[in-house]
Design a protein around this ligand. Structure first.
Ligand code: SAM
Length: 289
């Protein structure tokens, strides 16, 4: 009847025992709210024959919860000072492997192959370091290995951006980068008091499930991204103006873009944030012609 690692009493004991000072530069905010942790594990739907990949185990609060339900947990932690701490706090589990690596430098597709995990259901579950949420998330989404589901705690504002609908202030190129591959929703908002030390911002648990193959139908992702990024280049300019900056400010370009707008059902004075993902897909096809 040990206390969970996430129990604030135990977290403080561990930090005292190892003289740990949470490193701001590595986004170290340890979760000390067990209800939230249980909610994260529930949201992942992890089963006894499934694999969990965790990013940034910290002192192991989420890791131990994952180990209690999954077949195996692989946890990537960049901070070498935490490796002996994790060896101690997670000693009661034989299905956890902690890997001392920067997740941004890991070839996850190769990792899956090297560990004979192809054919397994692999879910990524993490309380992400906020300073690199976006690159980590986009790497996971665009990895050659198509992870089925990602349950990621992140800054609330980022979660709002990736789950936004057209017409909302938060809707932008990040929304589109995520929603062309994944169905995204917010599972819950988590206040800053659930962490030691307390961050300056609130958080949210986002659940991202891979879309069916047939719905991921972009022929030329590089060109599609070019169209999207050009469209959102200057948030306060109209879509037409942003696209003219990209295509060149000639009468010819203007006429071409007008015709494309008409085909895609986009108003002449529209802003990029009003354009749906399907309309962006259609626009990209038209520009390519
Ligand atoms: N999972 C723990 C929890 O929920 O209490 C800690 C989460 S804390 C927000 C983020 C963790 O990510 C820290 O342990 C930090 O050292 C680690 N981290 C930061 N950058 C990383 C990177 N590039 N690769 C792997 N881990 C990283």
């Amino acid at each position: 009847n040990r206390l969970s690692i996430a129990d604030p009493i135990r977290t403080n004991d561990i930090m005292r025992k190892y003289k740990l000072r949470a490193k701001k530069s590595l986004g170290q905010n340890f979760l000390t709210n067990e209800k939230v942790l249980d909610g994260i594990v529930d949201a992942s739907g992890l089963q006894a024959d499934e694999i969990a990949i965790e990013i940034g185990p910290g002192i192991g609060a989420l890791t131990e919860k994952l180990a209690q339900v999954a077949q195996k947990v692989y946890a990537f932690e960049i901070d070498e000072n935490l490796i002996p701490v994790l060896a101690d706090t997670l000693q009661y589990y034989d299905n956890i492997e902690v890997i001392n690596q920067d997740i941004l430098k890991v070839d996850l597709d190769q990792f899956v192959k090297d560990h004979n995990l192809e054919g397994k259901t692999i879910k990524v579950v993490a309380n992400l370091p906020y300073y690199i949420t976006t690159p980590i998330m986009l790497n996971l989404i665009n990895s050659d290995y198509p992870f089925q589901s990602l349950v990621l705690m992140m800054q609330k504002e980022v979660a709002e951006r990736i789950t936004a609908n057209p017409g909302h202030r938060e809707y932008g190129s990040l929304t589109i980068a995520v929603q062309t591959q994944m169905k995204a929703r917010i599972d819950r908002i988590v206040g800053r008091n659930s962490f030691i030390p307390r961050p300056k911002v609130d958080s949210a648990v986002a659940v991202l499930d891979r879309l069916p193959k047939a719905e991921i139908d972009i022929d030329d992702p590089v060109f599609f991204n070019k169209v999207v990024r050009s469209s959102f280049a200057h948030k306060r300019k109209s879509l037409m103006n942003n696209l003219l900056n990209w295509q060149g400010r000639t009468d010819e370009s203007r006429e071409k873009i007008k015709a494309i707008f008409e085909k895609c059902g986009i108003a002449e004075n529209a802003r990029a944030e009003q354009v749906s993902i399907d309309q962006f897909k259609q626009m990209a096809e038209e520009f390519k012609k």
